[in-house]
Every structure is written in C-alpha cells, then in structure tokens.
Design a protein around this ligand. Structure first.
Ligand code: BES
Ligand code: ZN
Ligand code: ZN
Length: 489
C-alpha cells in the first residue's frame, strides 16, 4: 500500500498530489514541482508557513486532479515530526475528499536538515498512522482509508530506500492494532474475549502463545490478579506471547497492564469520564501489538510478552479495602485502595517473568497513575528505572518515534510511604503526593535484580480529541517505542 515511486509526473494521472512547501527556501529540485510551488507563491494567503494549506486548480492537461501545497515553516527548524504531521494531514484530507490514493512529494536530497532515511520514515509513519478510520460501530461508513499512498522521490532515493516504507508500514500496522483494541468498547473486550482476540492475532503472526486461565492462576498463586478480578463476572487470564528466533540473543520481557475496564472496584471511581477507563488495557495492547510486529519484521532477541488481563469491578465478591493478599513471589500486600489495581496484577506478572523467563531486560508499560498525567500532561509518558542506560535508551527511542518520554526519579527514601502495619507492603501510599513515583516503587519490589524500566502511559495512551495523525480514542502509544527499544538493545 505504501510505496516509494518516481513516476513521470506529467505523464501519469494523479488524483491528489501533496507538496511540502518551505517558507524561506526551495526544497525541491524537480521542475514540475518547482513550478507548482511557484504558482502557489502567487497567492497572498499562502507563504509556506507551518500548517498553511493551499489547493491549486490545475488545468486538465497537467494530469493532476488536485494539488495541495502544505506549509512546513522555516528551513532551519524543520524536523522529522513536522513531516510526520504534514503526511498525516495530507492523508486525512485526501480521505475526507473521498480519494482512493495520494502522492506525497518528498523534499530533494540535501535540501533539508533531516536525513533521507529519517525523512522517509517520518513521512511513511505520518501517512500510515493517519490512514485509519475507526468506524467499526457506525452503521453508516462515511469515509474509508486510502488504498494507496505513494511517496514521490528522485530515482536514486527510490533505489536506495525501496524496502524501507513496507517495514515502517508493518510497525505502524502494530500501532493501529493497539489503537483499535484500546478504542473497542468494554462490553466487547471482557478479559476472556480480549484474550481470544489477542491469541487469534498472535497465532496468525506465528508467535507461540500460552494462556493461563482462572483455575491455573488461582492454583499457581497469582494472588494479585485473582484479587483484582474477583469483583468481575468475567474470569482473569494471563497471556504469554513468545517470539523465539533461532540463535536468539538475550531474552527481553515486556509486561503490559491489561485492565479491560477500571471501575475502581469498591473504591469506585467518580462518574466523570468513567467511560474512558476502557483504555486501562493500553499497556497490554501495546505489548501484544509490539510482539506481533516483532514477529512480522524479525528481531535478533527472544522477546516474551506477559499480559495480565482482568476487569476491575465492584460487587459482592470484590476485594475489600483492607484485604491482604499473597502475590506470586510470596510477598503479602495490604490492599489500601482497590483502585490501585494495576500494580497488583503487574506485581504477579513481573514476578512470574523474573522466575520463568530469566530476562536480561524487563520493561513494563501501564496506564498506571493519574498522578503521572498530572506531572507530565497527556502527551508525555513517565519512565522509571534504576538503570541510567536503560532509561536513556527508552527516552531516545521516544524522541525518534515522537512518543515522548521523560525520566522520573525512584527515590529510595519514599519507600516508607508504602509501609503496611499488617502486611509486607501496602498498594496505597500514605502520602497524597508523588503517586506516579510510589506506584513505580511498588513495582520495583517485584523485579528482583533484573534490569528494568517502567513506562507510565496513563497520559498518552488515549486521546479525547483527534490530532494530525491520530483519531480520537486509543493512540497506540508504545508500539513504535517498544519496537524500537527492543531493536536497539
Ligand atoms: N487506571 C488508573 C490510572 C489512570 C488514571 C489511567 C487516569 C488513565 C487516566 C489506575 O488504576 C488508578 O486508578 N490509579 C489511582 C491510584 C491511586 C488509587 C493510588 C490514581 O491514579 O488515582
Ligand atoms: Zn484503578
Ligand atoms: Zn487502572
């Protein structure tokens, strides 16, 4: 669907041509394109400023049905994200105009301060991620994604980077899968059903899949998972996805929080935006989609995904505040608050991974705390790790994919806040403040000596409003990030 091409522009019929236009420089070198940009410059309202758009009327003989000039701003501040957004916008506007395909023109080699592979990556990502319509539950399908997206470049570029777009497309497919799962309504993704959905996709991708059901979880001592799911009529699951290539290097474990709906349990959440708590499985969605993607694109490491999947509901069978449970590694936890459920299921899953997978690295992704959203807002994830290098690697991958991450501290002296009078630890901090940190400190009690990073994605996993290359709902945050982190390890 996504291809690099160098077709003769004036000999092919093109229904929608999108051209990035810089405010203070000519970034093209092909005559036909330069002429179109010049024509756009005759219009008072268009100077190539960032986010400006101009549609040119083209006479029939040019072969272009529509030409859209898209401002990208000043040359010396151009970066990959500007092009990701530009491509996303081009695709979304073509979709709204009910087109079936679009040709996006790339700037010429050496004309902008972004390297060619990074530019192709960014434009491909923006285009693929923007080419998504979530209308599964709409009776009338008003618009549909494009069938074809072509990136137009010089013939050397096409030769040198021919295989890049399809690889990026595979990774973006992973993001779209995660988005769909997160946006799916909670009645359609109760733990047993969500597990079946994941298993079907994972098996298709060739992953080795193991599912632990409620009987096994009970028998094997997954006290956290059992306690959180006890209020729900749907049974808990733990899904293990294994990507094990021949001659694999180190083992990397990814753990994802899979709360298909977080009502809070007996510590019931207030009703404002309660419906958004269908997104509390975004960590599991990101991890499962990352594994599926790794299986498709290949990777030299063995990567194992561990996904505890539950629903957190209040009922006569639900856990009570004050309950004491025994987690998978034997530590006892007093449940100070039933709404701090994510850390309980992650504790079991992480302890299981440490015992069974001997990971060289363990990374968990979780919509863990509202406090992290308070700290970093809705667009930036919090990264917690005692390992400077690992934290840095995650943040660097985030810069590359524009899934932004910010390292947060894990101060040892804050551990006292999790003291329980009756059990080894409390899942609720004694302080109102620093909730993202105390949640991460809680998790650290279950990783032993394994190199570990925790990514709190409560903010960026879900978007109330659409943006340039992401619709409203699940954002798929974490898939491109985790895929890149694993490739870099
Ligand atoms: N799933 C929530 C965290 C969350 C909040 C995700 C907002 C996305 C948006 C989590 O289970 C939770 O309820 N956390 C509590 C913890 C508290 C009870 C210690 C919170 O953040 O308030
Ligand atoms: Zn909760
Ligand atoms: Zn939760």
């Amino acid at each position: 669907m996504l291809k690099l091409t160098h077709t003769k522009l004036n000999q092919t019929k093109i229904s929608f041509l999108a051209i990035p236009v810089c405010e203070d420089a000519d970034i093209h070198e092909y005559g036909t394109i330069q002429e179109l940009v010049k024509k756009a410059g005759c219009f008072q309202e268009f100077q190539g400023k960032k986010d400006q758009e101009l549609e040119l009327n083209c006479p029939d003989e040019t072969g272009f049905q529509r030409v859209m000039c898209m401002g990208v701003g000043k040359l010396n501040v151009l970066d990959a994200e500007i092009f990701r957004k530009m491509a996303g916008k081009a695709v979304r506007s073509a979709i709204k105009k009910k087109m079936a395909d679009v040709v996006i023109v790339l700037p010429a080699v050496g004309k902008i301060p972004v390297d060619m592979p990074d530019l192709i990556t960014a434009v491909s990502e923006g285009a693929c991620l923007g080419n998504d319509v979530f209308d599964l539950y709409k009776s009338e399908k008003k618009i549909r994604p494009l069938d074809r997206i072509h990136l137009w470049a010089a013939s050397e570029v096409v030769n040198d980077f021919q295989r890049l777009p399809s690889r990026i497309e595979s990774v973006c497919e992973g993001t779209l899968t995660a988005r769909r799962w997160v946006s799916m309504p909670p009645n359609e993704k109760k733990p047993e059903a969500f597990t079946r959905t994941i298993v079907t996709e994972a098996e298709k991708a060739g992953l080795q899949v193991t599912v632990l059901d409620e009987k096994q979880l009970q028998k094997d001592g997954f006290g956290g998972i059992m306690a959180v799911s006890s209020g729900s009529l749907s049974h808990p699951r733990m899904v293990v996805l294994d990507y094990c290539p021949e001659h694999a290097g180190q083992t990397v474990v990814l753990v994802g929080k899979g709360v298909t709906f977080d009502a809070g349990g007996i510590n019931l959440k207030p009703s404002t935006s309660l419906e958004d708590m269908k997104m509390d499985m975004a960590g599991a969605a990101a991890v499962a989609a990352t594994l599926i993607t790794l299986a498709r694109t290949g990777c030299r490491h063995r990567v194992i995904g561990v996904l505890p999947i539950v629903e957190n509901m209040p009922s006569g069978n639900a856990s009570c505040p004050g309950d004491i449970i025994r987690t998978y590694n034997g530590k006892t936890v007093e449940i100070g608050n039933t709404d701090a459920e994510g850390r309980l299921i992650l504790a079991d899953a992480m302890a299981y991974a440490v015992e069974h997978c001997q990971p060289a690295v363990l990374i968990d992704a979780a919509t863990l705390t509202g406090a992290c959203v308070t700290a970093l807002g809705e667009q930036i994830a919090g990264v917690f790790s005692p390992d400077d290098n690992l934290a840095q690697q995650v943040c660097q991958s985030g810069e590359k994919t524009n899934e932004r991450c910010w390292r947060m501290p894990l101060p040892d002296d804050y551990r006292v806040l999790l003291k329980s009078d009756f059990a080894d630890i409390n899942n609720m901090s004694r302080s109102r403040w620093g909730g993202a940190i105390t949640a991460a400190l809680f998790l650290s009690e279950f990783v032993g000596n394994v190199r570990w990073a925790h990514i709190d994605i409560a903010g960026p996993a879900y978007a109330k409003k659409e943006s340039t290359y992401c619709g409203a709902g699940g954002t798929g945050f974490g898939v491109r990030l985790l895929w890149d982190v694993v490739q870099q390890l």
